[in-house]
Design a protein around this ligand. Sequence first.
Ligand code: NAD
Length: 250
Amino acid sequence: MLKDRRALVTGSTSGIGLAIARALAAEGAEVILNGLGKPDAIAALCAELGSRYNGANLMDPAAIAAMMADIGPVDILVNNAGMQHVAPVEDFPAEKWDAIIALNLSAAFHTTQAAVPGMKAKGWGRIINTASAHSQVASPFKSAYVAAKHGLAGLTKTIALELATHGITANCISPGYVWTPLVENQIPDTMAARGITRDEVMNDILLAKQPTKQFILPEDVAAMAVFLCSEPARGITGSNYAIDGGWTAE
Ligand code: NAD
């Protein structure tokens, strides 16, 4: 379905981004990988997917500009790279705030700005932003993440309107809790911020949010990304798709 389409998936060395990269490659897209990781593991992924890799640090606008120039025009842009930090607002390190806003929000602006002219020239494009349930609702101790994800949802709606007559769609996919390193790594800080055990974080904080009591699978998020790249999805733009086990229905 996506033969002759070139896709950049940021943060695709792990978790949700890797699942999206695999799913787009399975549909025939040329996928460019980005993210942090060990060179051996990245080389193995490139071999598996027939992909190129660009290791730009997305917190650095100049590195993003160099990456976009290096890879050339993209038909599909998946802004997925992200990070989390959990702390009460009065203790939240300012450098973590800056890093989360840079990676989870500003990077999507910079990649979009660079990708849009090529998409306009072709009259076709798909911009998919991995937002979060936290683009719609908040949780305590996640000030930067919630602010960035709400901002990403706003950016997505704005560019959807700007690009609506150019054959380019822009949408968010907003997962609830997906079992990836990003979630696993926040467990110790959540234990500390709330003074509770690992089991209590899992059951009373994470899965308590999801009426299904199940983590979302990365592959399920990837399936939505593939659908948004399809022709029947041409009229879907400015939307924010929850895949959150019912979290934001409450
Ligand atoms: P992950 O930690 O498995 O993957 C994050 C990816 O971002 C990795 O490839 C990592 O190398 C990359 N990355 C980190 N810092 C980077 C940098 N400076 N420059 C370039 N790449 C960088 O996490 P994940 O859970 O797969 O998260 C992917 C996206 O999904 C994030 O935007 C996250 O906020 C969002 N999300 C995750 C969940 C969840 O429960 N896991 C829920 C909702 C939304």
